[in-house]
Design a protein around this ligand. Structure first.
Ligand SMILES: O=C(O)CCC(=O)C(=O)O
Ligand SMILES: [Fe+2]
Length: 388
């Protein structure tokens, strides 16, 4: 994911000092301290059920009896929230588990191993953390961002292929004490106690393909809701880049002073988020207030990105969101971003009324979007056409 030199990418390498700060959070260094930002805006909560983010059930979307009603629910979630939790998504359970295991295994690696994939200047991809443009405050998180599909092909070359669960046994060289007969028996026993580790590259490849399939199914129902040609919406996403962001938010003794991820809008088409554990932290902004998302076991979180907002001529909204951290529990997530464009441009699809966004060449959109993120502005707003 290399980008042009004139684009400001606000990601930094995770240093030994950063790791020590995450490990002992009694004192929060200045670079992470942003209590005013944490306290900025009302957080909705309590027993009022109306604060809960919408749920959409894929099984009901697929069932001809309930499909129409559920498609309307999906449409309403995308129009009013830009976020929903997707239940009964149908993604193979073992593939989801493999992805979760791989993410955890990656974050447990020693820093020097993770830093073999460290971000470097001018690149968005790699292992590191974000900092905000003007204040240069760092997020309380470590993240690995890499492309998983490019030009319609999976693109896993950069991924670690071998985090072996049994590595420690081999390193201890205890195997020499067992004969060639007892060795396989012992291995079988170990596998019963602890199943074999997933090969990260393999797990991610399977997960990436499942997410592409799920995106296509969701787009079909979105097209019905919008009343646009299925092929037009699908074609905007087909064969485009898919990238993954794996995030780990360490616990912090002062959760009111640090931010896991700065408030932002996702710049791409669609994002599908998997909670690796059940720690909450994600908050979505609606009507000026923050709504905490309560992760539903087994569900995926889906959100509309800025490009989908433009494609739908503003009918679907891309919502601002942020992550706050927990005092006791760490949190990990895996987010798949699906990119989209129409013949090398970003513009509204036909059939959705008078265009409310001006058309822009895709490369220019990407640059503008990064500039906006670095400056704390929203690039997509600058594309809006004022309709009298
Ligand atoms: O980890 C999360 O809950 C949110 C991550 C996110 O917003 C992003 O990667 O853009
Ligand atoms: Fe995001």
């Amino acid at each position: 994911m290399e980008i042009d030199d004139d684009v400001v990418v606000t990601r930094a390498e995770i240093t030994d000092a950063a790791e020590a700060t995450f490990a002992d959070s009694t004192v929060i260094p200045d670079r992470y301290a942003r209590p005013d930002e944490v306290g900025d805006g009302v957080v909705v909560g309590g027993d009022d059920e109306s604060h809960e983010l919408p749920l959409v059930d894929m099984a009901r979307l697929l069932d001809s009896e309930s499909s129409e009603a559920e498609t309307a629910k999906l449409g309403s979630a995308c129009r009013h929230w830009g976020f929903f939790q997707l239940t009964n998504h149908g993604v193979d359970e073992s593939v989801v588990q493999g992805m979760k295991d791989s993410a955890m295994q990656f974050f447990r690696l020693p820093l020097e191993k993770k830093n073999a994939l460290a971000v470097h200047a001018g690149s968005l991809g790699g292992f590191g953390h974000h900092f905000t443009g003007s204040s240069r405050k760092l997020d309380w998180a470590e993240s690995l961002i890499l492309a998983t599909q490019q030009n319609g092909q999976t693109s896993m070359d950069l991924w670690p292929a071998d985090p072996p669960t049994f590595g420690s046994f081999f390193h201890l060289n205890i195997w020499v004490f067992f004969s060639s007969v007892t060795r396989p028996l012992l291995l079988c026993l170990l596998r019963l106690i602890r199943p074999p580790a997933y090969n990260t590259r393999d797990a991610l490849e399977k997960y990436s393909l499942e997410m592409s399939g799920l995106t296509r199914r969701l787009l079909g129902f979105m097209a019905s809701d919008l009343g646009v040609e299925r092929e037009a919406l699908d074609g905007a996403f087909r064969g485009k880049t898919q990238s993954v962001a794996m995030h780990h938010y360490p616990p912090c003794r002062h959760p009111d002073k640090v931010i896991g991820i700065t408030p932002h809008h996702d710049g791409l088409g669609l994002a599908l988020l998997l909670h690796v554990d059940d720690t909450p932290g994600l908050q979505v902004k609606r009507d000026g207030r923050w709504f905490p998302l309560d992760p539903l076991p087994g569900a995926l979180v889906v959100n509309v990105g800025d490009i989908l907002q433009v494609l739908t001529n503003g009918k679907y909204r891309s919502a601002e969101h942020r992550v706050l951290v927990d005092a006791e529990r760490g949190r990990a997530t895996v987010v798949m971003f699906q990119d989209a464009s129409v013949a090398g441009t970003v513009k509204p699809l036909p059939g959705l009324g008078e265009a409310r966004y001006r058309e822009i060449e895709y490369g220019e959109y990407v640059k503008g979007n990064f500039r906006g993120l670095a400056e704390g502005t929203r690039f997509v707003d600058s594309l809006e056409i004022n309709i009298a």
